[in-house]
Design a protein around this ligand. Structure first.
Ligand code: AMP
Length: 507
């Protein structure tokens, strides 16, 4: 099947050709003809399936006829996060280069004035996050009564982030007769209800999930202790000693942990950027760009901030925290091992995470092998609260829980996804340190250092012979002598000079 059979315009086909795409992906092949036939579409597809082009390409074709009026966008795309909205805009730039369409982005964190100027000029495609869109609409700066096509993207993410009430309000502002395309990666009952509300006689297009636990992903778990600095220490060793390292995403469960870990890794000279909901828009964009371009080798992220983003395949995923929802684990590790490339996913597992790991293993129908020592029997008990049978979600003060969540809404939105976390317990196993190939290091010379990097003293470990890649991501270890607690910063002195250079991104 080629793109030319889908009914797309010559201009769009030219842009596809220029992009170098030869064949449509399954979601594109199945959805595009229906979109062009003005049918409502329910698309069940994850990011990475080419779903964005599945609506952008036919939209471009359809928008070639007609023109926009001031403050009355012709089409509206709703995205849960600013980054996703910006990504969709990029796709319009890419595929719409032969068109003269006005595309506007209405997202939080950007001045109202500039957005308003664009709306006055008339907009063919409005890409928006729900909150900011409603703000414009409530100020009378935007009329949605001219919308011919509505796209709700990442609907299940909208649900997680508490946007459904906003989406329902927006649904009342667009004409009943508009066409609707509705994309979601999963279909929980609440999403089914919204889909039933929004869609009229839709065509259902479902593309299979990427295989869970793709054969190309080597997974492992490393037993870690309770203290944050111990976990961070273990993580640094894992990164330094990773085989075939190119770049990595490190997932934390809470945005505060993302910020903390980012600061710590940068202070240890790692070339790391962070992505979480408390960062302003420019910091998020800069972080993503640094990671995409390869300037930063480590991206520390929360699930909410990273979900759905088009981040190129990474060689490694580290779960600094084990996710509490097994689905999140599948999403996280799916960031590596894409398109036939090999990848490694390593989870730092504290005794308190045992139940979460069990749930993950059950979902994936596999056992995640321990790298190094498995936890000691006596240390696998959970905290006293857990042992007493207290539900996990109740184990932190409510105020702390809500302030730590990502994606919270200030207006009318529900906040789901608060998942209680506690610090892990201690145990002593550590992965064996082994030499990582120098050219694959995630860290680079620190720019602000006055000495040229190569003149800095090298750590003796560099002189050791390189280890041969082996099947397990980290060789099984002998029990290591327990390190004396020490200031984290002392670890920086073990970094060879060429390993030093963080990209400075505001945390
Ligand atoms: P998405 O699922 O929309 O996030 O797209 C994932 C990636 O696939 C994006 O980087 C697209 O540029 C790319 N892509 C989309 N369609 C195709 C195609 N037909 N052939 C090759 N790559 C594609």
């Amino acid at each position: 099947m080629s793109f030319s059979h889908l009914g797309l315009s010559d201009k769009v086909l030219g842009a596809i050709d220029a992009a170098g795409y030869k064949t449509p992906t399954p979601i594109q092949e199945q959805a595009i003809p229906h979109v062009l036939a003005r049918r409502d579409v329910l698309g069940i597809a994850q990011t990475g399936t080419g779903k964005t082009a599945a609506f952008v390409l036919p939209m471009l074709t359809m928008l070639e006829k007609g023109r926009a009026r001031a403050r009355m966008p012709r089409t509206l795309i709703l995205e849960p996060t600013r980054e996703l909205a910006a990504q969709v805009e990029e796709q319009f730039d890419k595929y719409g280069k032969n068109h003269k369409l006005n595309v506007a982005l209405i997202i939080g964190g950007v001045s109202f004035g500039d957005q308003d100027t664009k709306l006055v000029r008339g907009v063919d495609v409005l890409i928006a996050t729900p909150g900011r869109l409603l703000d414009h609409s409530e100020r009378g700066r935007l009329l949605l009564s001219g919308v011919e096509l509505l796209i709700i993207d990442e609907a299940d993410r909208m649900l997680d982030m508490g946007f459904i009430p906003d989406i329902e309000r927006i649904g009342k502002l667009v004409p009943f007769t508009r066409q609707t395309l509705f994309f979601t990666a999963t279909m929980p009952p609440e999403i089914q209800r919204i889909a039933d509300n929004f869609l009229h006689n839709p065509v259902r297009v479902e593309v299979s999930k990427p295989a869970t636990a793709a054969a190309t992903i080597t997974q492992g778990q490393v037993s870690v202790g309770r203290e944050g600095h111990e976990k961070r220490d273990t993580l640094r060793r894992l990164i330094r000693n990773a085989d075939n390292f190119k770049n990595a995403i490190i997932f934390c469960n809470r945005k505060r942990e993302v910020a903390l870990l980012h600061k710590s890794l940068v202070s240890h000279g790692f070339n790391a950027v962070a992505l979480h909901g408390d960062l302003d828009q420019s910091a998020r964009t800069a972080a993503l760009e640094a990671f995409r371009s390869g300037n930063a080798k480590l991206l520390i992220a929360s699930d909410v901030a990273a979900r759905g983003l088009d981040i190129p395949a990474v060689s490694h995923v580290f779960n600094f925290d084990v996710p509490h929802h097994p689905d999140d684990y599948v999403h996280r590790i799916g960031r590596t091992g894409r398109a036939g490339l090999t990848g490694t996913a390593i989870s730092l597992v504290a005794p308190i995470d045992a139940k979460s790991v069990q749930a993950i293993e059950k979902l994936m129908n596999m056992t995640i092998p321990f790298m190094g020592e498995p936890p000691k029997a006596e240390s696998t008990a959970e905290t006293p609260e857990a042992a007493a049978g207290e539900p996990r979600a109740n184990r932190r003060p409510a105020g702390e829980r809500s302030s730590e969540r990502e994606g919270g809404r200030t207006r009318g939105g529900r906040n789901r996804g608060g998942r209680g976390e506690r610090g892990p317990r201690n145990d002593q196993s550590q992965p064996v340190a082994a030499q990582a190939p120098a050219e694959q290091s995630p860290v680079q010379p620190r720019a602000e250092q006055s000495q040229p990097a190569r003149e800095q003293p090298r750590h003796p470990r560099q002189e050791q012979p390189r280890r041969q890649p082996d099947k397990a991501p980290v060789r099984a270890s002998q029990p290591q002598p327990k390190r004396e607690p020490q200031a984290e910063e002392s670890d920086g002195s073990h970094l060879p000079a060429f390993l030093l250079r963080p990209v400075t991104i505001k945390a």
